[in-house]
Ligand binder design. Structure first.
Ligand SMILES: NC(=O)c1ccc[n+]([C@@H]2O[C@H](COP(=O)([O-])OP(=O)(O)OC[C@H]3O[C@@H](n4cnc5c(N)ncnc54)[C@H](O)[C@@H]3O)[C@@H](O)[C@H]2O)c1
Length: 269
């Protein structure tokens, strides 16, 4: 399948995890990739992997908390490929800490990356996309995908007492997706993906920190939480990729402002 041939996609935080999996798949389908991450070595390794497999990619170090880095990321895409068709605001961090132990600095760090970072990335992408011709006949000028989480949707739940700042940051992304989709319609579609429990380094961090808080053996938090998934297994990064492919494709051109759960049935409705 080569149907993203000629489409340029930038993904923040794509040096590993979900972002990396998306980048590899989209490159396989012909897209030109901008791999950006605060970890330059990881970003460069993913771009090398894409090129070795015959794909097209450029990489750079970009810290999404810095407006200049977000602008540079977009300029890199335009310089290399002439335009930016899609931006995936994927970079994120997590921290597990009891509600009353979370400091103002913890809160600020979470919101700097997860909320301000996504905002600055969307701004930089939208500024470029609005100047472009549409992606094709009756198509938008560009597409933005943000990475929220089912954590931004839950009211109650076992993780409410230990990741309130992460949950609030992901609820903010859902809200920002609404604002951006309304602001940039009809030119740019903006949708959010809400994954569940994805087996990446982020969940290794959650498991280690949550297990430490509870005095459990390492691995217990992951096993307990994933045992509640109706589809009967934890999620892999590749389980998230198909939704990104859909959101980039013409099949979703009439969809904007949506936040879509993909979580094995953990949340319904
Ligand atoms: N893993 C899950 O269960 C899960 C569930 C729901 C949502 N998500 C979200 O999906 C996204 C990707 O998560 P993941 O599981 O692949 O995590 P991950 O920790 O494996 O990858 C996150 C990437 O973001 C990068 N990053 C961190 N701070 C950055 C910054 N300031 N600027 C640029 N890059 C930065 C990291 O270097 C890393 O490469 C995150 O937004 C996360 O909140 C993850």
């Amino acid at each position: 399948m080569e149907d993203f041939q000629g489409t340029t996609v930038a993904i923040t935080g794509s040096g590993q995890g979900i972002g990396r999996a998306m980048a590899l798949r989209l490159a396989e389908r012909g897209a030109n990739l901008i791999i950006s991450d605060i970890n330059e070595d990881n970003a460069s390794a993913v771009a090398d992997e894409i090129r070795s497999a015959g794909g097209t990619a450029a990489s750079l170090r970009a810290d999404v908390t810095q407006a200049d880095d977000c602008e540079t990321m977009v300029k890199t895409a335009v310089h290399a490929f002439g335009r930016l068709d899609a931006m995936v605001c994927n970079a994120g961090i997590v921290q597990v800490k009891p509600f009353l132990d979370i400091t103002a600095a913890d809160w600020d760090a979470m919101f700097a990356v997860n909320v301000k970072g996504a905002f600055l990335t969307m701004q930089a992408a939208a500024r470029q996309m609005l100047t472009q011709e549409p992606m094709g006949e009756s198509r938008p000028k560009g597409k933005i995908i943000s990475m929220a989480s089912i954590a931004g949707r839950y009211a109650a739940g076992p993780m409410a007492p230990i990741i309130p700042h992460y949950r609030a940051s992901k609820a903010s992304i859902i809200s920002m997706t609404h604002s951006a989709s309304f602001t940039f319609a009809p030119h740019i579609t903006v949708n959010a993906i809400c994954p569940g429990l994805v087996e990446t380094d982020m969940w290794k961090t959650i498991d280690a920190q949550w297990s430490a808080v509870e005095g459990w053996e390492t691995g217990t938090a992951w096993k307990t939480r994933t045992s509640a998934v109706p589809l009967g297994r934890p999620q892999n990064s590749s389980d998230v990729v198909g939704l990104a492919e859909y959101l980039l494709s013409p099949a979703s051109d009439y969809m904007t402002g949506q936040s879509i759960n993909i979580d094995g049935g953990l949340t319904m409705g």
